[in-house]
Design a protein around this ligand. Structure first.
Ligand SMILES: C[S@@+](CC[C@H](N)C(=O)[O-])C[C@H]1O[C@@H](n2cnc3c(N)ncnc32)[C@H](O)[C@@H]1O
Length: 354
């Protein structure tokens, strides 16, 4: 009896390991369906395989085999009238889901970089430049369609993190909110919509921040928000009551984070607050699989890392900033509120807000 159970669980374990070993196949099938425009064609309605082959100018019998794999993965389903998107496939064409953008980025950037994971493990350096001959930010600048995909994926993340971040910090007594590395402005748009008396400034790389105008206009807050292009490795705009760094620090090494934080410190008044939004690695317990994988992703693609609260505390401290308050997420992200270490603790409103 025991032997049978053991054999069964050994077989299940081997099956699980095989699926992990061959996980690249499913990633490539999904990314290819997105890239070929197959899912967009089916989004218009079910169609025969011959019609789909004609529209895609694909090789008929190979397309049929490809559709078999997509059906096995639950992306499409066959019916009498032809092939149609299954529920999971509809998520891949939903612009709000961000999944389509992630599939494109996986195919074009992440998989080639992750293949070189071993180089990062051996050298401590990001593997992305070994795969592409340039860092990821330079690569996206050279490929605006990938930059667009990345910014859309980030905006989707913002849409999902929206309630947690906005509910975790009260911006009601802020004048100017500066979103440092604010991408295409999704977070500041949310803040300004909720707080009609606040004004905003989105600061990001010049080729990224130009996209923010449209997002801010669509949210109806363009009249209260400026955009500024530059590098936070050089300086950060002055004049903010609150500075936000959302999912920025985990992109960077400790040395680069220290530079970014020093520039924030220099731009801040003693009364300004710095709001850091990040996933926090639990102390003394292994991180979840998703957080451990995200940490590796930061290592391979960017040379960054996921950090514990104490690691953020010492990074901030090294730049002359002190944590005043931490608001744990459910379970992620966490909001860390800091201010300059010369800020008067008695009037420590930055820490007390919210
Ligand atoms: C992970 S994204 C986070 C975007 C946004 N804060 C959010 O939460 O959606 C990191 C951002 O840092 C920006 N960035 C990268 N290098 C930068 C630099 N040197 N100066 C300013 N922004 C930079 C990227 O363009 C990107 O928008």
């Amino acid at each position: 009896m025991h032997a049978a159970v053991d054999a069964g669980s050994a077989e299940a374990l081997a099956g699980r390991m095989l699926r992990l070993v061959q996980g690249y196949r499913a990633s490539c099938v999904i990314a290819t369906a997105v890239k070929l425009g197959l899912l967009d064609q089916l989004d218009a309605g079910p169609m025969s395989v011959d019609e789909l082959a004609k529209r895609l100018r694909a090789h008929g019998s190979s397309l049929r085999r490809f559709l078999n794999a997509l059906e096995a993965l639950g992306v499409v389903e066959s019916q009498a009238s032809g092939v149609r998107l299954a529920q999971a496939g509809r998520l891949l064409v939903d612009p709000e889901s961000g999944l389509r953008e992630r599939a494109i980025l996986s195919a074009e950037e992440y998989i080639p970089a992750w293949v070189k994971l071993g180089e990062s493990v051996m050298t401590g350096e990001p593997a992305f430049p070994a795969a592409f001959g340039m860092n990821v930010w330079e690569h996206r600048k050279a490929h605006p369609e990938l930059d667009e995909s990345f910014n859309r994926a980030m905006a989707d993340l913002q849409a999902r993190a929206r309630s947690s971040v906005l509910d975790m910090y009260d911006f009601s007594s802020c004048g100017l909110v500066v979103d440092v590395g604010g991408g295409s402005g999704a977070l500041i748009a949310d803040i300004l919509q909720r707080y009609p008396d606040a004004t905003g400034l989105v600061f990001d790389q010049p080729h990224v921040v130009v996209r923010a105008q449209a997002v801010l206009a669509a949210a109806g807050v363009l009249d209260r928000c400026r955009v500024a292009g530059g590098s936070f490795l050089d300086s950060v705009p002055t004049g903010g009551d609150v500075y936000i760094l959302q999912y920025v620090l985990h992109d960077w090494s400790d040395a680069d984070c220290a530079t970014i934080l020093r520039h924030c410190h220099k731009a801040m008044e003693p009364s300004s607050a710095l709001v850091v939004v990040e996933n926090i690695v639990p102390e003394g317990a292994p991180p979840s699989e998703s957080l451990a994988m995200l940490d590796l992703h930061m290592m391979v693609v960017l040379g960054g890392r996921e950090r514990t609260s104490s690691e953020y505390r010492s990074l901030l401290h090294s730049a002359g900033l002190e944590i005043r308050r931490c608001v744990p997420g459910r379970p992620y992200p966490e909001v860390i509120v800091a201010s300059r270490d010369d800020a008067k603790r008695a009037s420590e409103d930055p820490a007390g807000r919210g």
